[in-house]
Each structure stands twice: as structure tokens, then as C-alpha cells.
Design a protein around this ligand. Sequence first.
Ligand code: FES
Length: 324
Amino acid sequence: MSSSTLRVRVARKTEEAQDICSFELVSADGSTLPAFSAGSHVDVRVPGDAGVITRQYSLCNDPSEDHRYLIGVLKDPAPRGGSPPIHEQVGEGDVLESSAPRNHFPLAHEARRSLLLAGGIGVTPVLCMAERLAVAGSDFEMHYCARSRERTAFVDRIQRSSFAGRVRFHFDDGEDAQKLDIPALLREPQPGTHLYVCGPKGFMDAVLAAARAQGWPEAQLHYEFFSAEPVKSDTDGSFEVKLASSGKLVVVPKDKTVVEALAAAGVEVQTSCEQGVCGTCLTRVLEGEPEHRDLYLTPEEQAANDQFLPCCSRSRSPCLVLDL
Ligand code: FES
């Protein structure tokens, strides 16, 4: 257990909607918890049949609270690694290991107005942002899309909140008139208006594609993917990576990731999601052209080819020189 690992106890487990539970995590020794900002997540280690697995969960309580972390978890119909979902594995009173909060999805302090878009369980960081913006008296509007009312978590909390009037719900199985017209909403990018989106990949792709098509500047787009299917291709080949510090060459076989190949050679790269969504493994590229397969870097950052995510991305050139 590293010094930054927290021992947390599940103080309360609540069914928030169909297939969605919230878990209230408190410090196992009763101390206060490290502070967090809106958009933060924690890495929680969950015991499973295939060993301990690490999953990232956004914090969805008010960031001014220091006595608890609230996470919302969607029951995964096809959990990775063959492990049962946290829904079944973890109950009240259980003690888990968690990282301290980290934030790859922060609010932009320079925003004059914020447009918050949540799809399904993607509401968790967005709700935290809404709490924060409401407390700060900032101008914002939130749209919450879900498959149905029964699958929509935190409805009561939102409706009881001080910002209820700023939130619109959109249900896939509802009347056409209440569905979110994404292109219409994003029609005119305004200077100072920042867009935040979190949810399933299809939803996020649609929102970001519409925003980019309407000319939203990349600096005003903020997003966080929850998970991604690893992209594998039959045409994946092997290549080499070179460590700039030592000159050591490591072969990355076609069926291994760069992180796996480096680990086999005794070189550890810190990882978390291993799906190209969290940015933990971000590594500078000094020479060569990566083949980006992540959902973390912006298109501009990918095009610069000076950094990549070695948990999922590969190489277009025979050798990548890494700043390791
Ligand atoms: Fe999350 Fe690589 S470990 S992006």
C-alpha cells in the first residue's frame, strides 16, 4: 500500500436507480479525507474472483465536504476480467483501498458560463460540478440524458437542490419534444462559455462532433471518458521502444501493449485505467510517430505526436524514443 493510499469504509450503499448504486466512503480510521475539486475521481481497489482490480470512480458529492466521498456505480453487464461488479462484491462496512482524489476533468476558472452535459452514469462528475458552480454563484445550465426515468440516478437530489431550475432531464423513452437536440443546443459557441460532457462513448462522440462542427474552440471543450474498449487490430505489428535515459531497446510484440512490454523488461510505468482514458501513463515521445488509440488527448495533442498513452497506443514508426 503506497503512502497515498487511503483506507476507506463503505458507510452507506444506496440503490439510486435501476442498476446504479451509490457508495458513501468514509475514512476507515475516522479522520478527514483529502480535499477534492469538482471533476475529481478516485481509483478504488475492489476484490474480485480474478484478484484485486482497480476502477476509477468520479466523486459526486459537494466538494466542500471532507468527511466522505460519494461515488455512483453502474452495474456493468460485462465486467472486465470476469469479476463480479462492485455492486455484488462490496457492501456496507467493507473496507477498501482508494487513491487520493485526482482531477483530470477540472472546471475552467476563466469560464463566464458553463454548459454541463451528462449521459447516464456520466452524471457523477457533472453533478459535482453543478454543486460547485451553484455554491460559487456561477452561471450554468445542465442537461441530463438517460435511457429512462427508472435508470436516472440522483433525480430527487437534483430536484431538491438550489440549482434544480437549471437542470433539464431528457429520457430516451420519452416524448420527442423533451429529447436533447444536441446540434441546436451547441449551435452558437459563445466566448467564455465552456462545455463539459461525460457519459457513454456514443453520447460523448455525438456532443463533441457537434461542438467541433459548430466551431467550438478546443479550449472550451472539456470531457472525460469513463471506459473504452481496447482497440486491437489484426494488422497490429511489433515495434521497438527506446528509453532515452539508458538507450535500452525494448521490443513490443504485436500482442502486448507498450506498458506490458516495458514491465516484462523491468521498466514500470504507472497506470490506472489501462484503457487510454485516465492519462495516468502519459509519456513524452522524443522521436518517432505514435499511433494514438486513447480517448484522453485532444485531436491537437495527438497530432503533435510528442506524447502518448502507452497502455493502449502503439507506433507507426519502427521505433519510438520515450522520455523514460
Ligand atoms: Fe489510463 Fe493509460 S493508464 S490512460
